[in-house]
Design a protein around this ligand. Sequence first.
Ligand SMILES: N[C@@H](CCC(=O)N[C@@H](CS)C(=O)NCC(=O)O)C(=O)O
Length: 206
Amino acid sequence: MLKIWGRLSSVNVQKVVWCADELGLTCERTDAGGTFGIVNTPEYLAMNPNGLVPVIGDEGFILYESNAIVRYLAAKHGDEKFWPKDLQARADVDRWMEWQSTGYTPAMLVAFWQLVRTPPEKRNLAAVEESRTKSERPSAVLNRHLADREFITGSSFTPADIVVGCAAHRWLNLPLMREPSPNVERWYEALKKRPGARQVLSQPVS
Ligand SMILES: N[C@@H](CCC(=O)N[C@@H](CS)C(=O)NCC(=O)O)C(=O)O
């Protein structure tokens, strides 16, 4: 059985849980990180010396880094539509996964921490506004991209939808004003209806 370590409030854990659900895998998840601790124990650090979540254990194989885990599960269990064999189609999935982890999520990180994890009296509203403005650019890119696509890489649901979907869930639920992004909203609403996404996209942003 697949083992997952990580609290479900972590956006990076959410990717792995959603991917496993989407692939119909049976898993055993242990809450770790944040108030659950565990991540700085010697046993955990032996699995991930960064002391971060998520980590998976698959028949003794230990792996950390959420997008690497999603790629591993997709390659091991996904069909051709989910994890394309064609190199160019797969590179397209990969490109959007990189876009999520290096652009979209980092842009909104400060706004998230300030608005969700910082007490109101300690918030830096200028930093929130800077992060919000920075996030509008990738959000507009995604909105234009989804204008004529059902899913991120076209007509098939892939890991790109999972990792970008987890980030969009955060962005669209932050308590701030956003530019309208109707194509992102339409795609996000469709994602929420997927049985595999229910555990994750029903989570409050916390
Ligand atoms: N690049 C890593 C980042 C992992 C990461 O930053 N995880 C955060 C939660 S989203 C974490 O472990 N924070 C400390 C904690 O939860 O105790 C990944 O994608 O897996």
